[in-house]
Each structure stands twice: as structure tokens, then as C-alpha cells.
Design a protein around this ligand. Structure first.
Ligand code: ADP
Ligand code: MG
Length: 317
């Protein structure tokens, strides 16, 4: 199977690569042409996943395809952008048909679930590595950035924290859990659901937002620096799933929630006047703290006393 046959069979012919709104020209030419509506901006994000660093080389290709795109789409959710299209740069050690079939199927499933059309890419030989670039559209000036949180705003998260990091021992096969807990945690790791609808709802409402990929403390540090505010987190309010608590116990679960990566939940600041509306529309969202004047991220115990934060999130360098 040559390079062009591979591209055609597994990617150009995939359902997610067919004609789509907002894509004037898709796979097959030197460039794709995207057509956001007048008055919209393009939101663009790129992520590279390296075998052995971001995922085990031997992992199930279907799950990898799903997860790779979910992680990228989560950045669109964090900006309040509506998914448009994506490109895939794929480096493969060999043209393994069974692997490609599984990978393309997982990718296609997540792409269609998110409303992302495959518009182009690149295919090369080498150590297994994926780079996905996602494109979204957002009304000009309305994207949710990390800057803009104001003292008095509530700090909220889109759902349970720590599941991604808590699932790692199951992913790596170094721990076991009862079937129900294992199923939940492995699903949270392998197919995190990008919070796209929540992100769109937050447009014009949240004062700052991001998705939690590096751990709550590290990511709130980004909001703190960009918005020039202090972020106060109430440790007792962190939402923890029953499966995470079962597998790890409360202390370790809290550590995963604070410092583990791979949650892909949105964290955002919201003026308190919008709390009732938020609760009605998004019951799964939890208020976990407040934005205050000052700087830095502060972790508080139940009495409001400051705790020493555990080590921050993952950094490659
Ligand atoms: P060029 O040589 O002009 O850069 P390529 O030969 O790399 O083009 O790719 C041919 C076409 O196939 C292009 O439209 C490109 O976007 C697309 N393509 C290549 N690899 C992939 C892939 N993995 N997924 C989707 N489209 C791809
Ligand atoms: Mg070309």
C-alpha cells in the first residue's frame, strides 16, 4: 500500500472527510479552504502526541484515535468555539492495515461526535507520532480567553476532576479495579467528552475559561497570571467521582484532582449574578472557589485556612 492509497483508503474516504459546512475544499489539494461566516474568527489549536510520552506505543489504535481528537477538540470548547475542521499529521513506523483501520475508525467516531470535518493532513514514516490541528469558529471578539477573570467571580469546573490521572494505573495495567469503576475511569481516559456545548453556552457569560489538561492547580495558575488576579480553590468542594474515590481513597483522589492532568473539563470564572442560570442549565458544573484581588493560586481547607499546595502539573521541560 503506497502513501496515496493509504491516505485515500483510511482518511480521504472516511465519513468525517466528506463535504461539510464551513469547508469549501477538503482533502486532496495543496491546501484545504475553510469558510467561516462573515463576522466570525477562526480558533486554531495544535497538539502533538508522541508514542511512549503521551500514550503507550502498544495501545488500542481505536481508543488512541478517539482520544487524540477529543483532547484537541477540548481546546475549542475552552475558547467557546464551534467545531469546524481538523487536520492530521501522522507519522507511522509501518503501514499496518489493522492499526490504521482501528485508528481511522476511532478518529472518525470522535470527529462526527464533535462536528469536526477532516480537511487535510500529512503522512510520513518514522516513530509513531500524531499532530492534530483543530479549527473552530467564534463570533469576532467573543472567544473565551484566560484573561478577564475579575475579583468576585466564581471559579467553576465542568465535572469531576482527577479521573484522567486516576485512570493511569488501569491504562498502564499496573492496577485493577472492580468492573464498574474500571469501565468509568477507562472511558474518562480514552474518550473524554470535550465540553463543547458548555463552552458555547459560556460565550458572553464566563469572564475567563480554559480546559484542564495539566492539572487544576497548574491551569488555574494560567488564569491567575493572564487575568492578574488571585484564584482561591476550596479543597472540600472539588468534585470527585465515586470510581476515583473507590480506587484511590480520598487523599490520593484529591491529589489527582489538583495535580493530575488529562481531565479535559472546562474551568472558568463567572460573575456571581449568573449562578442561578448556570445551575439551571448545567447541573453537573460545580463551584470550587473564587477569584480575588491579588496573585497566585491558593488552596483553602474547609475553615478557609490556606493549605500548602502539592506539586504542580506536568511539564515536559
Ligand atoms: P502535498 O505534497 O501537496 O503537501 P500530500 O501528498 O502531503 O500533499 O497530501 C495529499 C493530500 O492528502 C493533501 O490534500 C493532504 O492534506 C491530504 N492528506 C495527507 N495525509 C493525510 C492524512 N493523514 N489525513 C488526511 N488528509 C491527508
Ligand atoms: Mg502540495
Amino acid at each position: 500500500m503506497g502513501e496515496f492509497e493509504l491516505i485515500r483508503r483510511f482518511f480521504a474516504a472516511a465519513p468525517c472527510a466528506q463535504a461539510a459546512a464551513g469547508v469549501a475544499l477538503g482533502v486532496g489539494d495543496d491546501c484545504a479552504l475553510l469558510q467561516p461566516a462573515a463576522g466570525e474568527q477562526l480558533a486554531i489549536s495544535t497538539d502533538t502526541l508522541v508514542a511512549g510520552v503521551h500514550f503507550p506505543e502498544s495501545c488500542d489504535p481505536f481508543l488512541l484515535g478517539q482520544r487524540a481528537l477529543a483532547v484537541s477538540a477540548s481546546d475549542l470548547a475552552a475558547m467557546g468555539a464551534t467545531p469546524l475542521a481538523f487536520t492530521l499529521a501522522l507519522t507511522l513506523p509501518a503501514a499496518d492495515e489493522a492499526w490504521l483501520e482501528g485508528f481511522a475508525r476511532g478518529l472518525d467516531r470522535m470527529a462526527r461526535g464533535c462536528g469536526l470535518a477532516l480537511a487535510g493532513g500529512d503522512t510520513t514514516r518514522g516513530p509513531l507520532c500524531l499532530t492534530l490541528t483543530v479549527f473552530g469558529r467564534v463570533p469576532a471578539g467573543q472567544a473565551l480567553t484566560r484573561a478577564g477573570a475579575r475579583p468576585g467571580d466564581l471559579l467553576c469546573v465542568g465535572g469531576s476532576l482527577g479521573d484522567g490521572a486516576g485512570a493511569l494505573p488501569l491504562v498502564l495495567g499496573t492496577a485493577q479495579a472492580p468492573a464498574q469503576a474500571a469501565d468509568y475511569l477507562l472511558a474518562r481516559y480514552w474518550s473524554p467528552q470535550p465540553q463543547l456545548a458548555l463552552g458555547e453556552w459560556l460565550r458572553g457569560r464566563a469572564s475567563a475559561a480554559l480546559d484542564i489538561s495539566d492539572g487544576l492547580l497548574a491551569d488555574c495558575g494560567h488564569i491567575s497570571r493572564a487575568s492578574k488576579v488571585a484564584v482561591h480553590i476550596d479543597r472540600e468542594r472539588l468534585p470527585l467521582s465515586a470510581a476515583l474515590l473507590d480506587l484511590h481513597g480520598r487523599e490520593a483522589a484529591l491529589q489527582h484532582a489538583l495535580s493530575g492532568g488529562d481531565d479535559y473539563r472546562l474551568a472558568f470564572s463567572l460573575p456571581p449574578a449568573l449562578l442561578a442560570e448556570l445551575r439551571a442549565a448545567w447541573p453537573e458544573v460545580t463551584v470550587i472557589g473564587r477569584v480575588e484581588a491579588g496573585e497566585g493560586v491558593h488552596l483553602l481547607d474547609a475553615g478557609g485556612g490556606e493549605l500548602r499546595p502539592p506539586s504542580a502539573g506536568y511539564q515536559h521541560f
